[in-house]
Design a binder for this molecule. Structure first.
Ligand SMILES: *[C@@H]1O[C@H](CO)[C@@H](O)[C@H](O)[C@H]1NC(C)=O
Ligand SMILES: *[C@@H]1O[C@H](CO)[C@@H](O)[C@H](O)[C@H]1NC(C)=O
Ligand SMILES: *[C@@H]1O[C@H](CO)[C@@H](O)[C@H](O)[C@H]1NC(C)=O
Length: 347
């Protein structure tokens, strides 16, 4: 009698456990369900949490895909270009320029319910055609523009561990430089260059001009006091490596032509750069450069920020890729969104 009760009880417990197990399996989000490909391509034997599919290598250039754990301390990411993983990818990154407005190049077949299509673009609106056909197609935007679902500026300043007393600058023997390869007489930057060059000598580097020393912008530009960080087109937030790497990493004072001074000041201190709009004419700007050339103290003031900040340069393309993985990890599967106004938002 006692023994039979025991047996019945343990049977009931056994069934209970089975039911709980079954339910917990059922509750798992669909994307986590085992898939033959998921088992085959594991990371260190463990199934990764997030699969991010890179639909194309940007501009068709094959590059090594980094590990987000060691580079960005983001764990559980699998970045892949293997399109067979489409059905189990939580995000698909599509580089705008390579799509070229041809929607038949988008993934075919049904989109898994919680998969995000990420529109990735780091070109300016002037150089981004074919946006209109993409309204309502993507779930997230990723670009240099603030308000992107995944915001990746070309660079930013971050605080140093401690404020430094003095900033060391490379020795400066030359005045103004510009590295320019895409020379176009219609660009505002080339027109401004012509006007400024009447009053101050500007050394040109790049295709059609002097070659860079040792193929290095930083090496070539460091002996200059000023650098023309002129953007190819003028748009809100479109502040590229021309400022961050060419000018700031080379320890020169940027002379910027791009969005407004107010927009630049959202990224770098007001006293760290010269904006072409600060002067009513290029002649007046040239005169200011001559004055600074003779006054070491005023010139050095442009570098005061370096006592407190370092420059971070966006790393293409692993930084955008890993940030997508991070965004997937931070999102809830139930947060649905689609970008219905891509064209008007971006332009
Ligand atoms: C669009 O893409 C499809 C598929 O890759 C291709 O067959 C077609 O030629 C493309 N159309 C244009 C206009 O480039
Ligand atoms: C530039 O390249 C040459 C030859 O490769 C090398 O000897 C030299 O050290 C390099 N200069 C600098 C400053 O790195
Ligand atoms: C992604 O966008 C598509 C198309 O607008 C939409 O049907 C789908 O629900 C969205 N998915 C998510 C996870 O936001």
């Amino acid at each position: 009698m006692h023994r039979r009760l025991c047996r019945r009880l343990s049977f009931a417990i056994f069934v209970g456990i089975l039911l709980t197990l079954y339910r917990s399996v059922q509750e798992l989000p669909q994307v986590n369900s085992p898939h033959p490909l998921q088992r085959r391509v594991g990371v260190r034997g463990k199934a990764p949490l997030v699969t991010v599919l890179i639909w194309w290598y940007p501009f068709g250039k094959k590059s090594k895909i980094q590990d987000c754990d060691s580079s960005y301390n983001i764990q559980g990411c699998r970045l892949t270009t293997d399109r067979r993983l489409y059905p189990i990818s939580q995000a698909v990154i599509i580089h705008h320029r390579d799509l070229g407005g041809n929607v038949s190049q988008l993934p075919a077949g049904p989109r898994p319910a919680s998969q995000r299509w990420v529109w990735m673009n780091f070109e300016s609106p002037t150089h981004s055609s074919g946006l209109e056909v993409l309204n309502g197609v993507f779930n997230w935007t990723m670009s240099y523009k603030r308000g992107s679902d995944i915001f990746i500026p070309y660079g930013y300043l971050y605080p140093k561990k401690r404020t430094e007393g003095k900033v060391a600058l490379p020795s400066k023997s030359k005045l103004v430089a510009w590295v320019i390869s895409n020379w176009n007489e219609d660009h505002a930057r080339v027109q401004y260059y012509h006007r400024l060059n009447r009053y101050v000598d500007i050394d040109l580097y790049g295709r059609y001009h002097q070659p860079l020393q040792n193929d290095s912008i930083v090496l070539t530009i460091s002996p200059y006091k000023f650098y023309l960080a002129f953007e190819n087109s003028q748009h809100m937030d479109y502040i590229t490596e021309k400022l961050w790497r060419n000018a700031l990493m080379s320890s020169t004072v940027p002379i910027v032509l791009g969005p407004s001074r107010a927009n630049y000041e959202q990224y770098i201190p007001a006293d760290s750069f010269i904006h072409v709009d600060d002067f009513s004419t290029p002649k007046k700007l040239a005169r200011h450069l001559m004055l600074l050339d003779k006054n070491a103290r005023s010139y050095r003031k442009y570098f005061d920020w370096r006592r407190r900040y370092n420059v971070h340069l966006a790393k293409f393309w692993e930084e955008p890729y890993c940030k997508v993985c991070e965004a997937v990890k931070n999102a809830r599967a139930s947060d649905h969104k689609s970008i219905s106004n891509l064209a008007s938002w971006f332009q």
